[in-house]
Design a protein around this ligand. Structure first.
Ligand code: PLP
Length: 404
């Protein structure tokens, strides 16, 4: 047999395992120095009470012969699809049919698996810095070309730096598949409706598809920032949207998300919706009943209130980090519509050098921007997902060390 050699091309180990190695080595050598982790984008607050109650009820149903449930419907239970349609779309004036929504185990799998329905010959464009999943899954699929000078020869990188306000510039040439993530991981920056409209127009004019990851939409605070790409006129003929309950409702360990593919999105007369339906029915067996009931509970009045409280908790942390860093002279971005704070490293310090300094001098862990792509060099990501206490403590340490 032969292996898929594309897997051998993937660049070294995943960013977060490199960080883990460094942190583990440091803690082994310095067991008396407690570390504050503001690195990985995982949540820490418990699930909303409404979700927990819904899961308990669902477990009881599974324990009773009369209400026991086997395989779920492959694209999601109707009541969850309807709750998504009504709350995430209809409430924002967007008309989405439940047959356009596919419930899944999360946005990471969907962002990664969506490549199955596209030809290897497509030209892919990604932002730089970028959520690594978009790039690595295209490498695995054989769509990347070769790794030369720090990038893949067949992937079009769109730099997002302070100079362009962290918004990618529309390519002058034709690309076919465009990954956009707003509010963005890692930069924490958002896109306005007007700016996103330019991308929708480009995609429609060039028969391209936008793969729009809005995993962080719950953190949006500004009016002119869209929660869904389908708020933009024309998006239904050129976009696929990925959503997640992970950051919205703390489901990183529960696992639930969904993908929206409008019927109007076609290539050569073929609906992409039909291809994805086929892909999911073949390779995916649905999300557990218990999980879907928990997801549904996010949309009850009480559930929405509880989820908003948790988001507000993280938003406050984001402000504490943002303001604290600003006070001691850092140039800082993000935080307003995002749980991520993106800072410029001081002087000409590289992002891994800054990582080492924070770890060794003040025992704070963040994520080096360079790990998200070459344009992330000179930047650093801190996340608001820690406890309020640890967040304040980390900011104090940074102020004491750098604030002179
Ligand atoms: N998309 C982006 C941009 C993310 O940052 C993450 C998680 O960090 C995900 C998707 C993953 O979401 P999920 O937990 O639903 O797989």
């Amino acid at each position: 047999m032969k292996i898929n050699e594309n897997f051998l091309k993937i660049q070294s180990s995943y960013l977060f395992s490199n960080i883990a190695k460094k942190v583990n080595a440091y803690t082994a050598a310095n067991p008396d120095k407690p570390i504050i982790r503001l690195g990985i984008g995982d949540v820490t607050r418990p699930l909303a009470g409404e979700c927990i109650s819904a899961m308990h009820r669902a477990v009881d149903e599974m324990a009773d012969e009369k209400t026991f449930m086997g395989y779920p419907p492959e694209y999601g239970h109707k009541w969850l699809l309807e709750a998504i349609r009504d709350n995430d779309y209809k409430a924002r004036g967007v008309d989405i049919d439940i047959s356009e929504i596919f419930v899944s185990d999360g946005a990471k799998s969907d962002c990664g698996n969506i490549g199955d329905i596209f030809s290897q010959e497509n030209k892919v464009a990604v932002c730089d810095p970028v959520y690594p999943v978009y790039v690595d899954t295209n490498v695995m699929a054989g769509r990347s070309g070769d790794f030369v000078n720090g990038g893949w020869s067949n992937i079009r990188y769109m730099p997002c730096t302070a100079e362009n306000g962290f918004l990618p510039e529309i390519p002058k040439e034709k690309v076919d598949i465009i990954y956009l993530c707003f509010p963005n991981n890692p930069t924490g920056m958002a896109i306005t409706k007007d700016e996103l409209k330019k991308w929708v127009d480009y995609a429609n004019e060039n028969s391209a598809v936008i793969l729009y990851d809005s995993a962080y939409e719950a953190f949006i605070t500004e009016e002119n920032v869209p929660h869904s790409i389908f708020e933009i006129e024309g998006a239904k003929t050129c976009a696929i949207e990925f959503r997640s309950f992970s950051k919205t409702a703390g489901f990183t360990g529960v696992r639930c998300g969904y993908t929206v593919i409008p019927h109007e999105l076609k290539a050569g007369g073929t609906e992409l919706n039909a291809l994805w339906a086929r892909r999911q029915a073949t390779k995916f067996n649905g999300v557990s009943y218990i999980t879907q009931r928990a997801a549904e509970a996010c949309y009850t009045e009480e559930g929405k209130k509880q989820i908003r409280e948790t988001i507000a908790y993280y938003q406050k942390n984001a402000q504490v980090i943002y303001n604290g860093l600003k006070d001691c002279g850092f140039t800082v971005y993000g935080a307003v519509n995002s749980p991520y704070v993106w800072l410029k490293t001081p002087g000409d310090m590289g992002s891994w050098e800054f990582f080492d300094t924070l770890l060794h001098e003040i025992q704070v862990v963040g994520t080096p921007g360079e790990g998200f792509g070459p344009s992330g060099e000179g930047y650093f990501r801190l996340t608001a997902f820690g406890s309020a206490e640890n967040t304040a403590k980390a900011v104090e340490r940074i102020k004491n060390y750098f604030g002179k």
